[in-house]
Design a binder for this molecule. Structure first.
Ligand code: ATR
Length: 277
């Protein structure tokens, strides 16, 4: 019996935790699968995807920088991928069509609402950033029916464009960072500022001891954003490790038909990450 094959395609890919996560899911659910990380050269992405499925591959995760290209080459597109204009999961449907799905946003919402016992319904949410990462999570966030979702981005025009394209899904507005006012229940950092050790230029007084912060990035050490949030005395500052595990769980469910348990995998990843400090 041949083993069902799964891969994560990206460039770079050495940092990917997905093989370990899916291996743990497979063990927990007694599924027999092979999941590996594969470095794909930019010039041959589409060819490599087609070849993978033509030779019997069952499913792909797609990471930086290929999510938009994965979306563009699919023949069937889920509503989440459609709104995200990007795919992190590919598989073939019963008609043999390549399906683009995006589980990033559901992963974020599951981490907040399930793992962190958070509530988004009727809450005021501030989302920082207006790039691909933010585009990928807006639909599931709005589906939680927040009271208001505000996007603020260093380049304000990008936040305006993004808010306009999601306005049909709920209460969403764009504001320049300097004009943000009032208190937020959730502040979600979807910028890549932490990568450069930077903070988005936010006014003082936005965070209170009732604010929950979430940095969609994660790293061995507390992210710059979360370090800043903790200093402001927020109720909670979480990083995106749980989102990573939850988006993987949703992909696993699409491929294997069952949702794997995530709590232990998340704990194990967290302790692995701490060893990297
Ligand atoms: P991703 O796919 O990770 O979202 P992206 O599409 O390049 O990457 O978007 C990066 C986001 O982080 C953008 O919102 C960017 O702001 P700009 O649109 O103004 O470029 C934001 N960002 C990156 N570095 C930043 C910094 N140092 N301070 C504030 N925002 C930053």
């Amino acid at each position: 019996m041949s083993i069902d094959q799964y891969r994560v395609f990206g460039n770079p890919i050495h940092q990917s935790k997905s093989p370990n996560i899916h291996k743990a899911f497979a063990e927990a659910t007694k599924q027999h699968i092979n999941y590996q990380a594969q470095l794909v050269l930019e010039a041959v992405f589409e060819h490599t995807v087609k070849e993978f499925f033509a030779t019997g591959g069952k499913g792909l995760n797609i990471t930086v920088p290929f999510k938009q290209r994965a979306f563009a080459m699919a023949q069937a597109i889920s509503p989440a991928a459609e709104k995200a204009e990007a795919a992190n999961t590919l598989y073939l449907n019963e008609q043999g069509q390549l399906v683009a799905e995006n589980t990033d946003g559901v992963g974020l919402v599951r981490d907040i609402c399930h793992n962190l016992n958070g509530e988004l319904k009727a809450k005021r949410i501030l989302v920082l950033g207006a790039g691909g990462a933010v585009r990928g999570v807006l639909q599931p966030l709005l589906a939680q029916l927040p009271k208001q979702l505000i996007i603020a981005n260093r380049t304000h025009s990008k936040a305006q464009t993004l808010a306009a394209s999601f306005a049909d899904l709920g209460s969403i507005d764009a504001l320049p960072m300097g004009q943000l006012k009032g208190q937020f229940d959730w502040v979600i950092n979807g910028t890549s500022a932490s990568l450069a050790g930077d903070l988005p230029p936010l006014p003082d007084g936005l965070l209170t001891n009732n604010t929950h912060c979430y940095d969609m990035m994660y790293s061995a050490k507390t992210t710059v954003f979360n370090t800043w949030a903790v200093k402001q005395g927020v109720a909670q500052a979480n990083d995106g490790l749980g989102m990573l595990v939850e988006q993987a769980a949703q992909s696993f469910k699409l491929w294997r038909g069952l949702l794997p348990p995530t709590a232990e995998v998340l704990l194990a990843l967290r302790s692995e990450l701490r060893k990297e400090i």
